[in-house]
Design a protein around this ligand. Structure first.
Ligand SMILES: Nc1ncnc2c1ncn2[C@@H]1O[C@H](COP(=O)(O)OS(=O)(=O)O)[C@@H](OP(=O)(O)O)[C@H]1O
Ligand SMILES: Nc1ncnc2c1ncn2[C@@H]1O[C@H](COP(=O)(O)OP(=O)(O)O)[C@@H](O)[C@H]1O
Length: 544
């Protein structure tokens, strides 16, 4: 019944239904070589195992990839838009031969499936592994359990409810009013039901953004008629933006029981001022892609450029907006800027419950975590300033401040390290890692290593900026001042040749090119220096 509805696409779980077979696979896997999959590979495997990629049931061989590239066809002649492959840099794979079986596991070693190799080839640094997969268990998803459904489960649900025509909205971005109104209108015009299908996936250690995305959909769900709308999660790897990727999404939509797919609409138009008659082609679907999708059994609905028509208090496709009407738009970039700065988002743009969710996920800067990263020569004043800054921030209260002073780090985190370039890099990266964890959890980390190498500082900045703010302060006290202070007598020893790799004397210090702030502490009172830093933090929006 279910399968009849969706032929030729719409597979069933690969062996997952048969517990005996599953136990046999698990047992067999104990004696097989293993490959641990990253989260994107796990998504791909899950799509194969659940039938979301039906009629495909395995990773493609080189010949199959070539056929897909040239003719967009699988072996049986059915349409397929782009290669689905499994690759790895694992050198041990060089010894694998077609016919052998390989256990596919998640990062923790949990057995997911067995791959029967039909082809192994090398392309650059990566090994490609092809073959049919036999699923033992889906990748575990402890989160949002009640929102997860396989294609077969969703199709069965739709059949039970008598839903025949369903529109898919596969989302990687939260939904605001324009998208909401367009989805509702499309459902009404097509007399269709709606499947809200946010795409989820990511490495849990990196706190992926999909948690906020799903919560924003949970928040907006109640605005849709419950009897005609379904929310479910799609564990798909991130798609590229191309016609072929769109067709793959159409196949996935079909397998989940949908016959309509809204294409585009993830982002609001760029540019604040909206001119009528602008080129709308970016929002049109290529006719050949649309035609191909029809053959899969999916009609594509192009999401148009939407504008808010103030007089009518509704969002409309720009081409349908009445002549002379006042049109409002807010670019995606401006929306993000306002969210970061905690500024007002106009009511016409979104819903309060969605914004509240997004604010929880990305609070304004003064509630985000950040790292103040001091760098400079020994004796420049890094520790002194770091301590004074920490004290002032603690005095203000309301924030968790962690001081990662060089001495503390060298004692607790890096006690085995010396001062070679390699060791300094490890030391600074460790500091960066700890600071990024603190920053991610919305604390303030203050670091004060010499950190003499530009590239290492750049890497640390990138790691931290991915999760919060980063303020680099070059304590630019000249070496003469540092040497005259020589609190620990190290410069004297270094000059005497007793310390072989001493920064500034016999070891390099690469001056920061664009630090947020540079402070020369020569003749400067500590309070004055700290004041400069606090003003900078306030100016950047980190402090109120
Ligand atoms: N060879 C050499 N070069 C530089 N510094 C030396 C060296 N040997 C020991 N020390 C003492 O170690 C402190 C620097 O450690 P850091 O962890 O900040 O250095 S680094 O960032 O890993 O380069 C540094 O402390 P500060 O004066 O607080 O900077 C020195 O006291
Ligand atoms: N404006 C200033 N800021 C920081 N340190 C100063 C300042 N003026 C004088 N000093 C002195 O300079 C020395 C800097 O040492 P320290 O903070 O340990 O430097 P670093 O951590 O960079 O090696 C301290 O003795 C400190 O009292």
């Amino acid at each position: 019944m279910v399968n009849q509805l969706i032929e030729p696409y719409g597979g069933t779980l690969v062996n997952l239904i048969d517990p005996e077979k599953r136990e046999a696979l698990k047992h067999e896997a104990l004696s097989l070589p293993s490959l641990d999959l990253d989260w994107q590979q796990q998504c791909e495997l899950e799509m194969l195992m659940t039938g979301a990629y039906s009629p495909l049931t395995g990773f493609m061989t080189r010949a199959q990839c070539a056929r897909v590239e040239s003719a967009q066809q699988l072996d049986d002649g059915s349409f397929w838009p782009s290669p689905i492959t499994l690759t790895s840099r694992d050198r041990a794979l060089a010894d694998r031969r077609p016919g052998e079986r390989l256990a596919l596991r998640d990062g923790e070693g949990y057995m997911l499936a067995i791959l029967t190799l039909s082809d192994v080839w090398k392309d650059g640094e990566r090994w490609h592994l092809a073959g049919e997969v036999e699923g033992a268990a889906l990748p575990p998803h402890p989160d949002f359990v009640s929102l997860r459904a396989t294609p077969a489960e969703l199709r069965a649900l739709f059949v039970r409810r008598g839903w025949r025509r369903i529109i898919a909205w596969q989302a990687r971005q939260p939904m605001h009013r324009a998208q909401y109104e367009f989805c509702l209108k499309s459902a009404i015009e097509n007399e269709a039901n709606l499947l809200l299908h946010p795409q989820v996936g990511g490495d849990i250690t990196e706190a992926p953004a999909y948690f906020g995305l799903v919560r924003s959909f949970l928040a907006i769900r109640d605005r849709f008629p419950a009897a005609t709308t379904q929310l479910s999660l799609l564990p798909a790897p991130p798609p590229e933006a191309s016609g072929r990727a769109l067709l793959l999404r159409a196949i996935v939509a079909r397998n989940f029981g949908c016959s309509l797919l809204i294409a585009g609409g993830e982002h609001q138009p760029d540019g604040g001022d909206c001119r009528r008659g602008e080129d709308l082609t970016q929002n049109r679907v290529d006719p050949s892609v649309a035609e191909r999708a029809e053959k899969i059994g999916v009609r594509l609905i192009a999401y148009p450029r939407m504008v808010y028509v103030e007089d009518r208090a509704e969002h409309l496709p720009e081409a349908e907006a009445p002549q002379g009407a006042r049109l409002l738009t807010l670019s995606g970039e401006e929306f993000q800027r306002r969210m970061r700065a905690g500024l007002k988002i106009p009511e016409w743009y979104s819903f309060p419950e969605v914004l509240a969710e997004l604010h929880r996920q990305t609070p304004p800067r003064e509630r985000q975590g950040f790292t103040v990263f001091f760098t400079g020569l020994s004796g420049a004043g890094k520790s002194t300033l770091a301590r004074a800054l920490a004290a002032r921030l603690m005095e203000m209260g309301g924030r968790c401040v962690t001081l990662l002073d060089g001495d503390i780090v060298r004692r607790h985190l890096s006690s085995e390290l010396g001062f070679s370039k390699a060791h300094r890099d490890v030391n600074v990266r460790r500091i960066g890692f700890v600071a990024s964890e603190i920053t991610k959890n919305r604390g303030i980390a203050i670091c004060a290593p010499i950190a003499p190498y530009r590239q290492t500082r750049r890497d640390v900045r990138a790691m931290i900026e991915a999760v919060g703010g980063f303020v680099e302060i070059h304590v630019a006290t000249p070496i003469e001042t540092c040497e005259s202070r020589d609190r620990k007598g190290l410069y004297a020893k270094a000059r005497a040749g007793l310390i072989p790799e001493f920064t500034g004397v016999s070891d390099p210090y690469e001056v920061p090119e664009t630090p947020e702030l540079a402070i020369d502490t020569t003749g400067l009172a500590i309070d004055e220096a700290v004041q400069q830093i606090l003003l900078k933090l306030e100016h950047e929006g980190y402090l109120r």
